[in-house]
Ligand binder design. Structure first.
Ligand SMILES: [Fe+2]
Ligand SMILES: [Fe+2]
Length: 290
């Protein structure tokens, strides 16, 4: 427990996050970096980026609500303090992705209508399942839903977006890299803290496994919608703009079709779930395919 407490303390958060990779950033990126001009000037790419960024805002609002709710459910002081740092991280993620919507030309007065217009209903179902566990004061299910399922998903989605944007949109890629570093810490906490709780409460396993299966279903449905809706790939081809040939888990993102991208993302996330759940003593449940 001593190592656990120092690894997830506020002191270690200060040293590894605000005083380290976030130092000198402005809304998560360099002060001199702006959104890629191509995205701002091309209406199809701009709308596509707004839709994607709304998904990030919706996911991060859910994480903010979940992590703050978990503070008062945590059975020990060390976890409460870690969750307080996580709450601030998630609030920051909401803020930087909201700021990106403004950078993409969304007017401040239109923020909520824009979020409502583009929010994916399947992602909302995913979020509701998790927040329901927290409303029911279920710490074990809440941490698995938040720190393994939601953040495992976010981690891979951010990594894929980071890979695709590193060359084309360094400002957005930098915003993502700080977020990825935060999510890595959150997933680590989930794995480290929850294993012993599952051992103490084996009776909770079936319910938590059922939640993982259901959340995974809504996640796959969200991915399916997102890759069907995206017009960025066709538009880049139409205007003769090269896509970056960076690779994500063996797939060349400059050549892959939207279906192939969806498949590699879904595969990566589900494999991660399986590994992480196995480490904390839960049996991964294969979701039905939407
Ligand atoms: Fe987050
Ligand atoms: Fe997180």
């Amino acid at each position: 427990m001593a190592d656990f407490l120092s690894a997830y303390s506020i002191q270690s958060w200060l040293e590894s996050c605000p005083q380290s990779y976030l130092e000198d950033t402005v809304y998560g990126h360099g002060a001199d970096e702006g959104e890629a001009e191509l995205v701002i000037e091309n209406e199809v790419l701009r709308e596509d980026s707004i839709r994607t960024t709304v998904a990030l805002v919706v996911g991060e609002r859910c994480a903010l609500s979940a992590s703050s709710g978990l503070i008062n459910l945590a059975p020990d002081e060390g976890s409460k303090r870690f969750l307080a740092t996580q709450t601030l991280d998630e609030a920051r993620h909401v803020e930087i992705f909201t700021q990106r919507l403004f950078d993409l030309g969304v007017k401040k007065d239109n923020l909520e209508t824009t979020v409502q217009r583009y929010a994916n209903p399947n992602l909302i179902k995913f979020a509701e399942l998790l927040l329901e566990k927290i409303d029911n004061k279920d710490f074990v299910a809440g941490v698995v839903g938040q720190n393994i399922v939601l953040e495992g998903m976010a981690f891979s989605v951010f990594e894929m977006m980071h890979t695709a944007n590193a060359e084309m949109n360094p400002k957005f890629a930098h915003t993502l890299s700080g977020t990825i570093a935060d999510e890595r810490r959150h997933v680590g906490f989930g794995e480290n803290r929850i294993g012993s709780l599952i051992q103490e409460h084996p009776e909770k396993k079936p319910e938590v496994e059922k939640m993982q299966k259901e959340m995974s279903y809504w996640m796959l449905a969200t991915f399916s919608d997102a890759f069907k809706q995206t017009q960025a790939i066709d538009e880049l081809d139409r205007i003769g703009e090269q896509r970056s040939h960076a690779r994500f888990h063996g797939t060349d993102l400059g050549l892959a079709s939207p279906e192939e991208m969806e498949a590699v993302l879904a595969d990566t996330v589900l494999k991660e779930f399986k590994t992480r759940l196995g480490r904390i003593g839960l049996d991964y449940q294969t979701p039905s395919r939407p």
